[in-house]
Design a protein around this ligand. Structure first.
Ligand code: NDP
Length: 332
């Protein structure tokens, strides 16, 4: 099977030479393990952080070793009572065609309940991030005006729609193209949306939210965070989920320059890690699963075919080539 290795630590934007697609022998599962043929791989923004040699909430990728990430596959050999050949399993050993997974680290998933890629997106980690970040960290209340950046992405598109479903009075999104802005308003039911590349974020946000905002769900950081602080109402809450605008930066971002406003506005700014919110998993799957089935909540995926295109899919994600969850599908 083929697998992607990190061979050099990127400085700034990752380059193809920092990675290698290598052929290895298909491994044998040991006792308590399963052999999985991966069908769908996830590429996610946090993977850029794991390419750096810094201590964080997940360990860095090791040089010359296969990279890791979310994946859904089919069990092709099992030495565990928990899985049978043919079962579908969600696990953390993506970026490769075949994986030996400890059975206790795999989660059985049912294709009859949802299409397999959904377990990597709307009903998976990004979905829980949106749900927990908005409801628990940002403590959304009925009547709130909500702003979300990265609004056409996997997390952001759910944040905006969940906010509406939970009684937000006005939802505003920003994204990086005219087509994405159109999708937010026409398909996802956002009240307003703008392309952050069209002009200063602060001005566009003020126009979209003349009475200010109560919640900002941050996926981007930098200029977006500064604009949100500027538009925040008293006692507003900011859930900091991601700062993708600086994942490839080689210099610190000077914005936000208006932190002093936190005092007079009594703002609460809190970082969020999805792993802290596993206790919401059941509630999340029930509530969001029902909205997906009823059609009240819509989602998109962008699918790239072939293990050899996984790196391009990852780099495309950082450039905004995806609408909704970016998925790599491996043909059988
Ligand atoms: P997305 O599906 O949103 O994909 C990333 C998007 O980011 C791109 O499509 C692009 O859209 C946008 N983007 C890239 N560069 C910039 C930039 N310089 N300025 C503004 N937007 C940019 O990814 P996810 O939904 O998976 O993740 C969204 C955010 O949530 C990320 O910051 C990620 O790190 C974070 N996250 C955090 C978690 C946590 O536990 N804290 C868990 C999961 C995700 P566009 O065309 O609009 O530019």
């Amino acid at each position: 099977g083929r697998e992607w290795h990190l061979v050099a630590r990127p400085h700034g934007w990752p380059k193809p030479e920092d990675f290698a697609l290598r052929e290895t022998e298909i491994p044998e599962p040991g006792e308590g393990q399963i052999l999985v043929r991966n069908i769908h791989l996830s590429v996610d923004p946090y993977m850029r952080g794991r390419m750096n040699d810094v201590k964080s909430y997940v360990p860095p990728y090791e040089l010359g070793e296969p990279m890791q990430g979310g994946a859904v596959g089919e069990v092709v050999a099992s030495r565990s009572d928990a899985f049978q050949v043919g079962d579908h399993v969600l696990h953390h050993l993506g970026w490769r065609e075949y994986a030996v997974v400890d059975a206790k680290l795999g989660v059985k998933v049912d294709e009859a309940l949802a299409p397999l890629p959904a377990y990597l997106g709307v009903l998976g980690m990004p979905g829980l991030t949106a749900y927990a970040g908005l409801l628990e960290v940002a403590a959304l209340k009925e009547g709130d005006v909500v702003f979300v950046s990265g609004a056409a992405g996997a997390v952001g598109s759910l944040v905006g729609q969940i906010a509406k479903l939970k009684g937000a009075s006005r939802v505003i999104g920003s994204a990086g193209s005219a087509e994405k802005v159109k999708l937010l308003v026409e398909e996802y039911g956002f009240d307003a949306a703008f392309n952050y590349k069209d002009g200063p974020v602060a001005e566009q946000l003020k126009e979209a939210a003349p009475d200010g905002i109560d919640v900002y769900f941050d996926n981007v950081g930098g200029e977006h965070l500064e604009a949100a602080i500027g538009s925040m109402n008293t006692h507003g809450r900011i859930a900091v989920c991601g700062m993708i605008a600086q994942y490839n930066a080689t210099e610190p971002n000077p914005a936000p320059r208006n932190l002093i406003a936190i005092i007079a506005k009594r703002l609460r700014i809190e970082g969020l890690l999805v792993a802290d919110h596993r206790h919401l998993q059941q509630r999340f799957v029930e509530e969001v699963g029902a909205w997906v089935r009823s059609g009240e909540l819509k989602y998109r995926e962008t699918t790239v075919e072939g293990i050899e295109n996984t790196l391009d899919a990852f780099l495309g994600l950082l450039r905004g080539e995806n609408t909704g969850k970016m998925i790599v599908s491996l043909s059988a």
